[in-house]
Design a protein around this ligand. Sequence first.
Ligand code: NAG
Ligand code: NAG
Ligand code: NAG
Ligand code: NAG
Ligand code: NAG
Length: 429
Amino acid sequence: MIFTSAFIAASLPFIAALPTPLKVSRGLPIPLSKRDAARRADDGSLLTVCSKVHRGIAAYEVNTGATHSLASLVSTPLVKRQAGSGGDILTDDQQVLWFGTIQVGTPPVQYTVDFDTGSSDLFLPGPTCGTTCSNHTVYNPASSSTSSDLGKTFSLAYGDGSTVSGKQFTDVVAISGSTATNQTLGSANQYSSGFQSPNFPADGLMGMGFPSISVYGANPVFQTLVASGVITEPVFSFKLATEGSELFIGGTDANLFTGNFTFVNVTQQGYWQVEMDALTVNGQNVIPIAQTSSIIDTGTTLIVGDTQTVATAYRSIQGATDNGDGTYTVPCNATPNLSLTFGGRSFSVDPATFILGSSSGATTGCIGGLSYNDAIAGQFWIIGDVFLQNVYTQFDVGKGQVGFAALSSSSIHEGVTCKIEVVDEVPRD
Ligand SMILES: *[C@@H]1O[C@H](CO)[C@@H](O)[C@H](O)[C@H]1NC(C)=O
Ligand SMILES: *[C@@H]1O[C@H](CO)[C@@H](O)[C@H](O)[C@H]1NC(C)=O
Ligand SMILES: *[C@@H]1O[C@H](CO)[C@@H](O)[C@H](O)[C@H]1NC(C)=O
Ligand SMILES: *[C@@H]1O[C@H](CO)[C@@H](O)[C@H](O)[C@H]1NC(C)=O
Ligand SMILES: *[C@@H]1O[C@H](CO)[C@@H](O)[C@H](O)[C@H]1NC(C)=O
């Protein structure tokens, strides 16, 4: 993810803004919390998303010495939307963030992290983070007998100017009962506003992409677990929903899906990059390219595509208006049938997950879950939580593939349109 400051600036009056537990499991599920946050449109999480992509590609090239196939697509500097043009239309846009717990250090201290398949590094607030990390649990390497200073700094920058920087360490990281020893992680000495409380409900962020996009040049936590043999099935799976969300480490949770998985191969291991066959709105395919590169990203809320295709998609939705900032406003009671096809199988997006929340400003209505960004220029898409809430998704590190299955009926999310529900933790036995 890495929504950071983009998200976040404003709290909706009707959001209790209570972080809600999500569970993580491993062969064991981890409860994931869902927290509804709000953001402003002025900086735009879309820019943040693309900045993240850009950073990942730079890391890929440094790490592999190869040119990433997407590099040319994102080399255009991101231009911030001009202030005043279109106004802050999205002040009430709702965003959703899922997080769960990990334990770090010796003795272990528990932290909440946002699990992000769109990046590959882990960071937590460090002891010198000061007020920028207020209300977050701090990771203090000096208090952990297993910490080791790598003598390297790190700095992650986001499209809206938000940053995380600090020092790299290795330490013991446990997730859902599996322990990664000698895991590289960042101890931040500064959080910009996007990661600050109350904008960011988790303490830190854990990347779950491939090592080639690690800015640290290190194995992400999951790969460390696999490499050390702690996890035998090199697969992790997500259910992201308003209820019973779960990250499952080391396989899939049979309780949460039904029927078979449909798999798509990762075409380039960096992001979870696969080919999307079609995107239909009310039965009509709008993507002009049969195999459109797509990044499956739990850390991005929206589906992000190119301007032209997204405009075509919204033409089928009555009352949709372009906000000029990458998003569209749609009537809050719209019920478009948006479907994405992967591996020859079509998966529909429930209107309840497509409609994001009311906007304010020039146009009233709700925000549509499909957004555009010129920086990706019709060449690849980012498939975020608006889609992922509708499927059970497995990320197979061993085979380099992503599998989608139908959510089991007992686990399907409750519909929410223009309002927010708080999720209760679901204990697992
Ligand atoms: C721990 O990881 C660091 C950085 O990846 C590496 O330099 C070091 O050799 C590792 N130590 C052990 C004991 O594996
Ligand atoms: C930290 O939490 C307290 C209590 O909830 C709150 O009053 C305070 O504003 C928070 N500080 C920050 C920087 O978010
Ligand atoms: C699942 O796959 C198996 C084996 O390929 C097949 O026999 C079965 O019909 C499939 N089930 C569904 C519900 O598609
Ligand atoms: C996916 O990759 C595997 C192994 O490389 C290959 O056997 C399979 O045919 C590929 N599937 C598709 C749909 O391309
Ligand atoms: C939505 O569109 C998909 C793809 O065209 C189709 O398979 C599905 O039946 C549609 N769902 C509804 C409820 O119309």
